[in-house]
Structures are given as structure tokens and as C-alpha cells.
Ligand binder design. Structure first.
Ligand SMILES: [Zn+2]
Length: 130
């Protein structure tokens, strides 16, 4: 039941079960395109991709346990990851309504997805992401 402990209140976001996969990140209020959804400098770094990590460089993969770890993939994302120095951010790439799942395109950050999967975003035919 480790997952239950991450259902933390995160300002405008909440981690809760997702129709796409497992747990997902959902907006509790609406955000404008370009608006910051989340930022943190609290994460661990591994030299290789692991499940839930986000690639910042060839040998730098961030594992951030509160939000990035739970952000699901979509072929039609409404958010994207940006790095500013040590700070990792999630920005709305288009308007996000309250209740929407916050989704990123993993292929924007990852060279390879360590655990390839069949996409369940609802916008594609179930393409392999990996
Ligand atoms: Zn898809």
C-alpha cells in the first residue's frame, strides 16, 4: 500500500488512480497554457533510466517521487517538463481544466523508455512507447 502515501496534496494537483495507467496526476483547478503546474528541486538522480525517471541528460535521470514519478504519457499531452538549473518544472502546454489528468509525451524527454508499454492515452491506436 505504498502508493496510498503519495496521494499528497500538491497545491493544484492530486495523485489518484488514472484510467490511463495506475496512478496519475490530476488538476484540482484550471491552469492556462504556459502556466507552471509543479516545480521542485527535490529528487534523486540515477545515471541510467529507471521506471518513473525523467531524462535530463545522457547520464542524468531524475526520480522525483511526488509528481513526475506519477505523470502518465499521452500522445496528446497537455503538459511538458522543463529544467531550469536544478529545478524541474511541469508546465501546461495547453489549457488544463479542473479534473483533467496532467499528461506529458514521454518521447519529448526520453531517448528510450526502460519499460516499453502499449499506449492507453485514448488518442492513438495503442502505439508502443519504448
Ligand atoms: Zn497514445
Amino acid at each position: 500500500m505504498r502508493e496510498a502515501t503519495v496521494s499528497a496534496e500538491l497545491s493544484g494537483l492530486v495523485v489518484t488512480p488514472s484510467p490511463i495507467h495506475g496512478l496519475g496526476v490530476f488538476a484540482k483547478r484550471s491552469f492556462l497554457a504556459g502556466q507552471l503546474l509543479f516545480s521542485t528541486d527535490e529528487y534523486s538522480v540515477t545515471p541510467y533510466p529507471i521506471y518513473g525517471s525523467v531524462r535530463r541528460g545522457p547520464t542524468e535521470h531524475l526520480l522525483e517521487p511526488q509528481v513526475l514519478r506519477w505523470t502518465n504519457h499521452s500522445c496528446e499531452p497537455n503538459a511538458r517538463v522543463r529544467f531550469r538549473g536544478r529545478v524541474a518544472e511541469i508546465l501546461a502546454s495547453r489549457p488544463v481544466r479542473a479534473g483533467d489528468e496532467v499528461v506529458c509525451d514521454y518521447l519529448e524527454t526520453e531517448d528510450e523508455v526502460p519499460f516499453p508499454f502499449r499506449c492507453n492515452c485514448g488518442h492513438c491506436d495503442g502505439v508502443w512507447i519504448g
